[in-house]
Design a protein around this ligand. Structure first.
Ligand code: NDP
Length: 280
């Protein structure tokens, strides 16, 4: 007795979501602008809807996964009446304000809205490694939960529809920051050492350093005082310069750290947040 679900958007991510729902036995209706992307899913048992309105009418729960909010708004506008009384879970990447605006518009139409941020790549959908953040209508989240659980770990953040986007974008920012540090590191050691450096040292090192994040690591902070870290950073900057690697990322961090140390702080986070806000 799995409840029917509609998926709007069959790009790399939408297709993975629909496939996971089908695999779990949910009657699944799909729609995509380029209809050919539904072929494999239809062969696996999905129903192809001829229009967005037909797709919405097919299920009490509609999941949207499209390129961006303008596309979501454009597709839903002519189909808005069909959404009345249904649950919409929008997993399209966007800003908190875009999510709140859509939530308000749908609320005015009598539709129920949950916004989501997918913290996974398509191949991790439906596995314990992927998770999805949700915010907005608690009723919708609870009703949709059995289906959402098929997609990966489901985390409800609260009634403000913008929260899932906020956390999603913050996590992506951390990921891109890390990626930029990784690029810098690989450029420092050079292409010929990159493969071994990456698998033997970089990946285990990042894992070990990420493990204590958020666990109130006061002990670690004591063991690695800020003044010592600022010196280490200035050495990175100097060595990078020596290797001809520009310090676009690290020099900013270094300046912030040195100022904080000079001001006599021993707790990094509050003055760092203050500095970053002032720089913006
Ligand atoms: P794709 O580029 O693979 O798919 C984009 C989807 O949007 C397609 O279904 C495309 O239709 C549709 N689309 C684009 N423009 C229009 C339009 N004007 N009218 C109608 N449909 C349109 O992207 P993904 O599937 O990878 O991503 C979808 C969402 O999932 C994004 O918001 C992304 O940020 C998010 N996401 C993706 C992840 C990933 O690793 N792939 C990870 C986490 C989140 P058509 O097939 O006809 O072009």
């Amino acid at each position: 007795t799995n409840s029917p679900v509609t998926v709007l958007g069959l790009g790399s991510m939408g297709s993975a979501l629909a496939a996971a729902l089908l695999k779990a036995g949910h009657p699944t209706t799909v729609w995509n602008r380029s209809p050919g992307k539904a072929d494999d899913l239809v062969a696996a048992g999905a129903v192809r809807a001829a229009s967005v309105t037909d797709a919405i009418k097919a299920s009490p729960l509609v999941i949207a996964c499209l390129l961006d909010y303008p596309v979501v708004e454009e597709l839903l506008a002519p189909a808005a009446d069909a959404l009345t009384g249904r649950d919409l879970v929008n997993l399209t990447n966007g800003t908190p304000d875009q999510a709140r605006a859509l939530a308000a518009r749908l609320d005015a139409r009598g539709a129920w809205y949950v916004d989501g941020g997918i913290m996974a790549i398509p191949r991790l959908i439906g596995t314990p490694e992927g998770f999805i953040l949700y915010s907005g209508s608690r009723e919708t989240f609870d009703r949709a939960r059995p289906a959402l659980d098929r997609l990966g770990g489901a985390h409800y953040l609260g009634g403000d529809a913008g929260l899932a986007s906020l956390y999603d974008l913050a996590l992506l920012s951390a990921m891109y920051g890390m990626a930029s540090g990784v690029r810098h590191a690989i450029t420092m050691v050079g292409e010929e050492r990159a493969a071994e450096f990456g698998s033997a040292y970089l990946a285990p090192w990042l894992q070990a350093m990420a493990a204590p994040i958020g666990q109130g690591a006061a002990e670690d902070e004591e063991a690695s005082p800020l003044g010592m870290q600022a010196v280490g950073m200035s050495n990175i900057v100097e060595a990078s310069r020596g290797e001809g690697v520009p310090n676009v990322l690290l020099s900013h961090l270094l300046i912030a750290m040195q100022d904080i140390v000079d001001a006599g702080h021993d707790d990094l986070l509050p003055p760092l947040i203050d500095q970053i806000r002032k720089a913006g």
